[in-house]
Design a protein around this ligand. Structure first.
Ligand code: B12
Ligand code: SF4
Length: 519
């Protein structure tokens, strides 16, 4: 069959700070290609809807699969599916990915017949089963693991046998030079592990994979890195180097091969402090940038997000990263309850620290505990606003004032990084990128004010809403506080300790630093 795999268009962030290759979609596409199909990938982060329409008209695929990791992309995917079905009625249309898994029934319903199924969970093994069913007996589609159709739901999705068996179809992307993160331009993405053993209330990374944690072997990582031509690599793991031994083993394998790249990763402050030697080693290998999800700068906030990393530990982690010379980007979560004083306090704090600070907005997502337990009513159910850059919960300040404060804070922080100290270095980096023909980073910087713009954010709220996210399940009237039940949350059923490929010491460390007990 002719199969087209599509990643939807860019979100706000993608226009300024980063745009990364759709690694998950490439992995699913490669699994399908290995099953003997003709496969193409179209990434609408870097191509246009007209490119999509042309591809549909010229190539006439038999099967289209959309990747839906982000809720904000749901309306775009549904509209494209409807448009496609009207010109190619026999084409089978499927949606998969992180957010699609948590909103599968709603997506099928919004599709009103245009979306044949949502495939929940990890896509590599289920995609081939789905394709076999489509080619053979269409009635058996309903029995594919993870499938959700208008008629109902198939058996639960399963894991791939081993992450080492997987290969991404990197060669199928038509514009590889368009992927970047900050000044790592261009950058590829790579996976060292899958899942997360923690259970933060605002996050669905752990509920998707049933709190499991699996590793890619160092040999396989090196093989993949050797196949990457880009000088930069973004490590997509939720928390990098949870298991110190694994981090070392990968590093040693890279050093043996003499591979040289610049790396960007995301981790937790307590993991950084626990595995200092690993991060030191990785600095030598080319680790230059790191996201640290601090989430809050007060103990109360951290407790609320169930991040049991004490403030002291987080600040110590920042101090340590500074000594290594790693550039750190911190993420803080702004609550819609914040008032002017709170924003001012955050601004003051951020100006005191040398790190880059990103501020996102507390947003309940399906698949998180917050989705079930949040007591405040959503002020918008427009999927497009669920991108943690818009406020979907009621704000204490009037909404325009809240956005003004937020944007003002973000702008102050952005300018902090373009000051007299950093400007010459950034200028040199930008020039060298331009001389190599890489324009992503420079364009991103130039677009900042048009993307992060007060009028635009307000206008987004005023758009007519065609698809609304379903309301969270309400707790029984008798319950004083809504309780998130494990069964409500997980996509892949939890398999306990054996599904976490970490040694006992690391398991104990995780247990000591988590606060949940949902499993
Ligand atoms: C790496 C990552 C990023 C990276 C890059 C992502 C990218 N490629 O564009 C960065 C740091 C840039 C990023 C940014 C953001 N991210 Co992010 N990100 C992740 C993370 C940690 C891993 C995603 C990943 O690449 N995994 C590895 C690949 C191999 O897996 P995968 O893509 O999930 O694909 C698998 C399945 O989903 C499925 N699948 C995927 N596509 C398809 C298609 C079909 C047809 C099928 C059958 C299956 C299928 O099969 C794949 C293979 O098993 C996830 C959390 C998580 N663990 O999923 C959050 C996550 C997806 N991000 C999230 C958010 C909110 C964001 C941001 C909006 C804000 C932020 N600062 O975090 C921005 C927006 C970015 C943008 N596009 O503008 C949320 C999404 C929430 C939601 N429900 O919408 C998540 C779930 C984290 C969370 N907090 O819970 N992100
Ligand atoms: S540590 Fe918490 S926030 Fe980070 S990926 Fe794991 S569960 Fe999500």
């Amino acid at each position: 069959m002719r199969l087209l795999f599509v990643h939807p268009g860019p979100l706000l962030y993608t226009r300024v700070f980063l745009r990364l290759e759709p690694l998950g979609l490439e992995l699913v596409a490669e699994a399908a290609r290995r099953a003997g199909h003709a496969v193409k990938i179209l990434d609408l982060q870097v191509e246009h809807h007209d490119d999509y329409r042309r591809m549909i008209a010229d190539w006439r695929p038999d099967f289209i699969a959309f990747s839906c990791n982000y809720l904000a992309n749901v309306p775009e995917i549904i509209d494209l599916a409807k448009e496609t079905k009207s010109v190619l009625p026999r084409c089978f249309i499927c949606v998969g990915g992180h957010s699609a898994s948590f909103t599968a029934h709603a997506i099928v319903e919004h599709g009103a017949g245009a979306i044949d199924c949502v495939l929940k969970g990890e896509g590599e093994s289920s995609i081939t089963k789905l394709l076999e069913a489509i080619e053979g007996d269409r009635d058996s589609v309903a029995k594919v693991p993870g499938v959700v159709t208008a008629e109902g739901e198939g058996p639960p999705p399963g894991f791939v046998h081993s992450l080492d068996d997987l290969r991404p179809a990197r060669d199928l992307l038509r514009h590889r030079h368009k992927y970047f993160i900050g000044i790592l331009d261009p950058a590829a993405s790579i996976e060292f592990s899958r899942g997360c053993p923690w259970d933060c209330v605002f996050c669905s990374a752990w509920t998707f994979y049933g709190r499991s944690y699996r590793l890619v072997s160092p040999e396989r990582v090196v093989e993949d890195l050797q196949a990457i031509r880009e000088p930069g690599a973004f490590i997509v793991d939720d928390v990098a180097f949870v298991h110190a031994k694994h981090g070392f083993a990968i590093g040693e394998a890279i050093a043996r091969k003499g591979l040289r790249k610049k790396y960007y990763l995301e981790t937790r402050g307590d993991v950084l402090l626990r595995s200092k030697e690993v991060f030191k080693f990785w600095k030598k290998l080319g680790l230059e940038y790191m996201f640290l999800g601090l989430e809050a700068i007060d103990e109360d906030g951290l407790r609320k997000f169930r991040k049991r990393v004490s403030l002291g530990k987080n600040f110590e982690a920042l101090e340590f990263a500074r000594t290594l010379g790693i550039e750190v980007a911190i993420n803080l979560i702004a609550d819609p309850d914040w008032d002017e004083q709170r924003f001012a306090a955050i601004r003051d704090w951020c100006l005191e620290v040398p790190e880059i600070v990103n501020i996102s907005i507390n947003t309940p997502y399906p698949g998180t505990e917050t989705w079930v337990t949040e007591q405040r009513r959503l002020q918008s159910r427009d999927y497009r606003l669920f991108d943690i850059q818009h406020a979907v919960l009621p704000t204490k300040l009037p909404l325009p004032v809240f956005y003004r404060e937020l944007l003002n804070t973000q702008r102050v922080l952005y300018r902090k990084h373009l000051n007299w100290r950093t400007a010459p270095g950034l200028g040199r980096a930008a020039l060298s990128l331009l001389m190599r023909g890489q324009t992503n980073f420079v364009r991103g910087m130039m677009q900042y004010n048009t993307v992060f713009n007060h009028n635009k954010l307000m206008a987004d709220h005023a758009q007519p809403v065609r698809y609304e996210i379903p309301l969270p399940p309400r707790p029984p009237a008798a319950a004083k506080e809504p309780v998130a039940k494990a069964a409500q949350l997980y996509i892949h059923a939890p398999r306990g300790r054996t599904s976490r490929h970490i040694d006992d010491r690391t398991e104990r460390f995780v247990d000591d630093t988590r606060m949940g007990a949902v499993e």
